[in-house]
Design a protein around this ligand. Structure first.
Ligand code: MG
Length: 165
């Protein structure tokens, strides 16, 4: 049998996904960046930032820790309209306690609006700052649904993978 000690110093991968309904009247915040011009925004108990939720779950998952929903229940009043940057900060704090740190992050954001491409650099910079990584270790790509919609709702869907070591 392999001893756990054999994995000392070997990076671990984490996966996080999230999906939020996009609704009129909500501030559109994704990856910590506000899209002022977008008439719809991610619904949610917190600020709804699905990108930071996916990143948080990826960080926690890589470290084998609790997930976002367990740490920050969406029925808790203190989490209402809470900035999702808080969730990333708490995940990083818990990683640090486990003597771990993010090494790289890759994120795919799927939505028909807002357009992600023109704001990619800003999102990368915002997330890099949150997790204390150089910008070239945080990647973001935007994808559309190509006109295909499975439900009546407009949504944003995010997948994030994080390497931690
Ligand atoms: Mg979420």
């Amino acid at each position: 049998m392999t001893s756990p000690r054999d994995f000392e110093g070997v990076p671990r991968i984490g996966l996080g996904t999230d999906l939020h309904r996009l609704t009129p009247g909500r501030t559109c915040i994704l990856g910590g960046i506000v899209f002022d011009e977008c008439p719809v925004g991610p619904d949610g108990h917190s600020d709804g930032d699905a990108v930071l939720h996916a990143v948080t779950d990826a960080l926690l998952g890589a470290a084998g820790l609790d997930d976002l929903g367990t740490l920050f229940p969406d029925d808790q009043e203190s989490n209402r309209d809470r900035p999702s940057a808080d969730f990333v900060a708490e995940a990083c704090r818990r990683l640090q306690l486990a003597r771990l740190a993010p090494l790289s992050i890759d994120i795919a954001i799927q939505c028909d609006r807002p357009k992600i491409a023109p704001r990619r650099a800003e999102i990368r910079a915002a997330i890099a700052k949150l997790v204390a990584l150089p910008i070239d270790r945080v990647n973001v790509k935007g994808k559309t649904f190509e006109g295909v919609r499975a439900t009546d709702s407009e949504v944003v869907s995010v997948v994030a993978v994080v390497l931690v070591g």
